[in-house]
Write a protein that binds this ligand. Structure first.
Ligand SMILES: NC(=O)c1ccc[n+]([C@@H]2O[C@H](COP(=O)([O-])OP(=O)(O)OC[C@H]3O[C@@H](n4cnc5c(N)ncnc54)[C@H](OP(=O)(O)O)[C@@H]3O)[C@@H](O)[C@H]2O)c1
Length: 346
């Protein structure tokens, strides 16, 4: 007779839970846009392994990119998962893997990127006791967006005045700290006084609460010499106002435009015209997708790890407990509930 523990384990690993994109978003996501379903786990084939989610990333693109997802698909997303069974020597049992497996508790994966995936799965690098969740944040895609998007496009120079929108989110709070490492003056834009206080505590020189202050007036006061570079996480009117205040030859790194993510795909949201400022100040404005640096992925992670170990980078996470709360956590970041990187702990 099989011992009870084995039976319990078998039952536990025989089915995955996953969220499917069940109903098309209309504005802000709601819980009934998603459905929690169960799926049988098939036996492993050679080259495959079974990964059990530990932490799942919550990112704004999950709202923006769903127009690509057919209804009924597993919601997209990255996770850090523990390998609990394996027929792949490169992904042995007991190790942790970072994979774009979607919103699911258990995944049968191999070495290749799956259908909706941009990067192949990779083992969590040796990192002496760093919390696993960091490999979704400061040591993962979020950290690499900050590192490459800022270093390669804003090209910081000591003494620069740098403005960052979405400053208290995972990417923005990280960019601000890199800008400080590089000797810049950093002005963050955020939507709450609590977030503003945290940003000041981690070294931001100035913070503007765009919900309670007049952004144009505050920018003119805080950056009288105007702005050398702007790291844009939000787009829309906030960005138009920042861009009006750029210096000659200023640089703009366009990372995200969260202010438009809840609008229907293909709609044409309006904001103040920016072309006169771009022309008159000969600005360089460049958008990016962090996947463009996939061949330098570990360089970004290692640099951020080094800064973290040296105490030059600090982080905050908003951790939602329970896989069943994935939809709530996504709604949360789109409502401004998070400070720092948002993750769900299974
Ligand atoms: N291009 C790429 O490859 C790439 C990679 C990663 C991320 N991104 C983009 O970078 C941006 C930041 O990502 P993240 O992971 O740091 O986000 P995050 O940590 O989830 O931060 C989201 C924050 O955005 C702010 N926000 C929400 N709705 C807003 C609105 N309508 N207008 C202005 N601000 C709003 C809120 O902060 P407040 O309370 O301060 O408003 C919210 O807490 C997103 O646009 C994301 O899509 C792009």
């Amino acid at each position: 007779m099989m011992p009870l523990r084995t039976i319990v384990n078998k039952v536990k690993i025989s089915k995955a839970q996953k969220f499917i994109y069940a109903r098309v978003f209309d504005g802000m996501p709601k819980e009934d846009n998603f459905e929690l379903v169960e799926e049988d786990i098939p036996p492993l084939k050679d080259g495959e392994y079974l990964a059990q989610a530990q932490f799942l990333s919550i990112d704004p693109y999950m709202r923006a990119y769903t127009y690509k997802l057919p209804i009924g698909s597993t919601m997209m997303g990255s996770q850090v998962a523990k390998i609990i069974d394996s027929k792949n020597p490169n992904f042995p049992v007991g190790k942790h893997v970072v994979g774009e497996f979607g919103w699911r508790t258990l995944t049968v994966a191999d070495s290749k990127p799956g259908a909706l995936m941009r990067r192949p799965p990779y083992l969590v690098p040796e990192s002496e006791g760093m919390p696993l969740s960091l490999f979704l944040g400061i040591l993962g895609m979020t950290g690499n967006s900050a590192y490459f998007g800022f270093m390669e496009i804003c090209k910081p120079i000591a003494g620069d005045t740098v403005v960052i929108s979405g400053a208290a989110g995972g990417v923005g709070s990280h960019v601000g700290q890199i800008a400080k490492i590089k000797g810049c003056k950093v002005i963050g834009l955020t939507g709450s006084d609590e977030k503003a206080q945290w940003l000041r505590s981690i070294g931001f020189n100035e913070v503007i609460n765009y919900k309670t202050e007049n952004l144009m007036t505050s920018l003119r006061e805080l950056a009288p010499e105007r702005i050398d570079s702007y790291f844009d996480n939000v787009g829309g009117e906030i960005s138009s106002l920042v861009i009006q205040n750029m210096k000659k030859y200023g640089r703009v790194s366009v990372c995200g435009c969260i202010s438009s993510y809840n609008l229907p795909y293909g709609s044409l949201p309006k904001a103040t015209i920016i072309q006169p400022s771009i022309i008159m100040n000969e600005l360089k404005v460049k958008g990016f997708l962090v996947s463009s640096w996939k061949n330098r992925w570990m360089e970004g992670i290692n640099k951020n790890l080094e800064w973290l170990r040296e105490g030059k980078l600090v982080y905050k996470e908003t951790v939602t407990k329970g896989f069943e709360n994935m939809p709530k956590a996504l709604i949360g970041i789109l409502s401004g509930d998070n400070i720092g990187k948002a993750v769900v702990k299974v």
